[in-house]
Design a protein around this ligand. Structure first.
Ligand code: ADP
Length: 458
């Protein structure tokens, strides 16, 4: 079985969120058992000189325009990743946009999707595993090739919605512009191509697979998804335990394991030299996240005065521009026990996981969430709103792996009560050790994907 795994971001080459982590760790876990290679775009910020030129190149024609495509590759830890070098796609300095999304993302990711199909043919792949809207159109173009496709939804909130004329610019006929196909409230929707034309549809946790069929979480696609629910599976993500391992992590100050958990305090002491916090005896609560509504910053802002009245420190590492930035900055200016760091910083994020006592995730919805799993690997107790993958991976009452504080409603009251419950925990060390022993890797889920791949080829 030969599989081509396609994603718009793959760690360590490009990352804006959890998709990049998954696109790194899942194919690696799969590669222990099957023949799998990955593909992603080459972006303008990448150093092309570090990559090799493949002897594959082709032209694609979209809407009457020819695009010349070159293929590059690299092998890291024996694992092969291909890069699509294409006009428009590979010249940008960011993945998806600067302050705003790039106006030609329809064409950029249309080119990416069409190139995936050509690459799959060149590599004689039998299955193409597509992730999120950026490569969803590949499912449409794969339909008559004999190559099978599986489409994974990592976050239904991002669907790739563009003006109607995007279709003609990509050479897709208007017979596909209707509500059963790619049309969506007068525009076209790339995600719908992945949902409709893939052979199998998956999403990243069993609970999210049920949630997206409902109006509350369906982002306008619940009706459409219900038509395809027979091919929909929910498979929980995992994390790369080699990379997220406090025993070997080179990005943290002091390595530790479940038998030397007191060394977390040493990490905290070092971290506090860099951030605006002092008392290391107080429990440290952290959030490490994109600064968007989804992650529960509305609830956090409503509750923050009350949170900061408690005997704790709060530290946020957040990335992105949003309405939450200014009010959070104002609060940080006048608070001794609250520190705020803006930007995307991989090393610092590891140092926060290693130093913190608790990780807050008041997400309104969460397809899977990786932060809570990374936190558990570092002996940091997650406090989560029980939705999507958070509900499947964090448990307060049952004896299942892993353990943390779970609140049912995303509200100020529930969050404050959850923090109180966390601060009253008596058996913290036991919980930390229990979580560090949990299998948070992708191995179990990889088996489920392999079963699906085998089914598709039958
Ligand atoms: P999402 O993909 O919705 O952003 P996930 O929980 O699936 O959320 O994955 C988030 C990933 O991005 C985790 O690896 C997390 O540690 C990382 N991350 C989020 N924000 C930052 C940041 N500001 N700096 C560094 N890493 C971050």
């Amino acid at each position: 079985m030969k599989v081509l795994f396609a994603s718009s971001e793959i760690f360590p080459f490009a990352k804006s969120g959890g998709l990049a982590d998954v696109a790194n760790s899942l194919p690696k876990a799969l590669s222990k058992q099957i023949d799998i290679v990955s593909v992603m775009p080459l972006y303008g910020f990448m150093d092309e000189k570090k990559l090799n030129k493949a002897d594959i190149s082709f032209e694609i024609n979209l809407g009457g325009i020819e695009y010349k495509i070159e293929i590059l590759f690299t092998k890291v830890d024996g694992f092969l990743t291909y890069f699509i070098k294409a006009p428009l796609l590979s010249t940008t300095l960011n993945l998806y946009g600067d302050k705003e999304a790039y106006a030609n993302n329809d064409i950029r990711f249309g080119i990416f999707s069409a190139s995936i199909v050509q690459l799959a043919k060149a590599l004689h792949a039998e299955i193409v595993h597509l992730n999120d809207w950026h490569c969803a159109l590949s499912a449409f173009w794969l339909k008559d090739t004999g190559i099978k496709s599986i489409f994974t939804i990592h976050n239904l909130a991002y669907q790739g919605i563009f003006e109607k004329d995007s279709l003609s610019r990509l050479g897709i006929g208007f017979e596909h512009f209707n509500m059963d196909d790619l049309e969506f409230y007068g525009k076209c929707n790339f995600m719908k191509a992945g949902i409709r034309y893939s052979d199998v549809l998956t999403t990243v946790s069993p609970t999210y697979a049920k949630e997206i069929l409902t109006p509350t979480y369906g982002c306008g696609l619940n009706g459409f998804l219900n038509l395809y629910k027979r091919k929909l599976h929910g498979i929980l993500n995992g994390i790369n335990r080699d990379f997220f391992n406090p025993k070997t992590d080179e990005l943290i100050f002091k390595n530790y394991d479940k038998n030397s958990l007191n060394l977390k305090q040493k990490n905290k002491k070092e971290l506090y030299k860099k951030v605006n916090l002092t008392d290391i005896k107080l429990p440290l609560f952290v959030m490490i996240s994109r600064l968007v509504e989804q992650k529960g910053f509305g609830i956090l802002l409503e509750s923050i005065d009350k949170i900061l009245e408690k005997k704790l420190n709060l530290l946020l590492l957040v990335d992105g521009q949003s309405k939450f930035k200014e009010p959070l900055m104002q609060i940080a200016k006048k608070s001794k026990n609250f520190s705020l760091i803006f930007g995307y910083n991989e090393s610092l994020s590891h140092q926060l996981y290693a130093s913190a006592d608790f990780l807050l995730m008041p997400s309104l919805f969460e397809p899977c969430g990786l932060n809570q799993m990374i936190a558990m690997a570092y002996g940091t107790i997650p406090i989560v709103h029980g939705t999507g993958g958070l509900k499947d991976s964090v448990h307060e009452k049952s004896s299942r792996c892993g353990k943390g504080i779970v609140f049912a409603k995303p509200s100020k009251k529930s969050l404050l009560l959850a923090i109180d419950r966390a601060m009253k925990l008596e058996n913290i060390k036991q919980l930390q050790k229990f979580n560090m022993d949990c299998d948070l890797s992708f191995d179990e889920s990889a088996k489920k994907y392999i079963t699906i791949y085998k089914e598709i080829l039958k």
